[in-house]
Design a protein around this ligand. Structure first.
Ligand code: AMP
Length: 217
């Protein structure tokens, strides 16, 4: 099964992907996480991507699609794509990659969140620099300020979660990624969820969709 979570930064794609991967055994392919890992490792790809990621711009398509194609093995595994595709060119590249392998996207879920709420979530988001655990200063702060509950690592703000960069990322989403809603709506695979609901309520709706898709396969 190939599933895509579509949504603005802050709409909960990462959180929901973790829940779905744990429940259904999806391989979670989060392009933002992969780029942050490559940047931390100072790899060639990381060095090429870092200025884009830091400033909230999209990394050039050729770098992204090559990286995803290298990780997506059509071998019966279940994949959950989080943060990819992010524009029409990437969506078309994905189709071109899947079709010759007789594979197709099974489900696209759009987590729809109003931008003011996304800004609130992004600017109050904090992450553990060591293990990647995600916190939110308003709804889920770490027990000890600045320290991860899970591993004791430093809890920090992502460089691109500052208000100015978060706003820029939302503009990029609106201009380049939101058109994918229409692109996938034209197909049978599209679903939409109100992402302003609680993480538990969103997860319940997502699981119902995945169960329905799995049963039909
Ligand atoms: P995210 O963690 O999904 O919010 O992504 C963080 C940043 O990584 C984005 O602002 C982009 O700079 C970069 N990025 C992640 N996924 C993609 C993609 N599919 N295409 C281009 N850039 C991406």
């Amino acid at each position: 099964m190939i599933a895509i979570l579509l949504g603005a930064p802050g709409s909960g794609k990462g959180t929901q992907s973790k829940t779905l991967s744990a429940k259904y055994g999806f391989k979670h392919l989060a392009t933002g996480d992969i780029f942050r890992g490559e940047i931390a490792a100072k790899s060639t790809l990381g060095l090429k991507a870092q200025e884009y990621v830091k400033s909230g711009k999209l990394v050039p398509d050729n770098l992204v699609t090559e990286m995803v194609a290298g990780k997506l093995q059509i071998d019966g595994s279940k994949y959950l794509l989080d943060g990819f595709p992010r524009n029409l060119e990437q969506a078309q590249s994905l189709d071109k990659f899947l079709t010759p392998q007789k594979a197709a996207i099974d489900v696209v879920v759009y987590l729809n969140l109003p931008h003011p709420e996304a800004i609130k979530r992004l600017t109050s988001r904090r992450v553990c620099a060591k293990c990647g655990e995600v916190y939110n200063l308003m709804t889920r702060p770490p027990a000890a300020e600045g320290k991860c509950d899970a591993c004791g690592g430093d809890v920090v703000q992502r460089e691109d979660d500052t208000e100015a960069t978060a706003k820029k990322r939302l503009m990029v989403f609106e201009d380049l990624t939101h058109p994918l809603v229409a692109y996938y709506k034209a197909e049978q695979v599209f679903h939409e969820i109100d992402a302003a609901k609680s993480p538990e309520a969103v997860a319940a709706e997502l699981c119902a969709i995945v169960d329905q898709v799995g049963a039909a396969k």
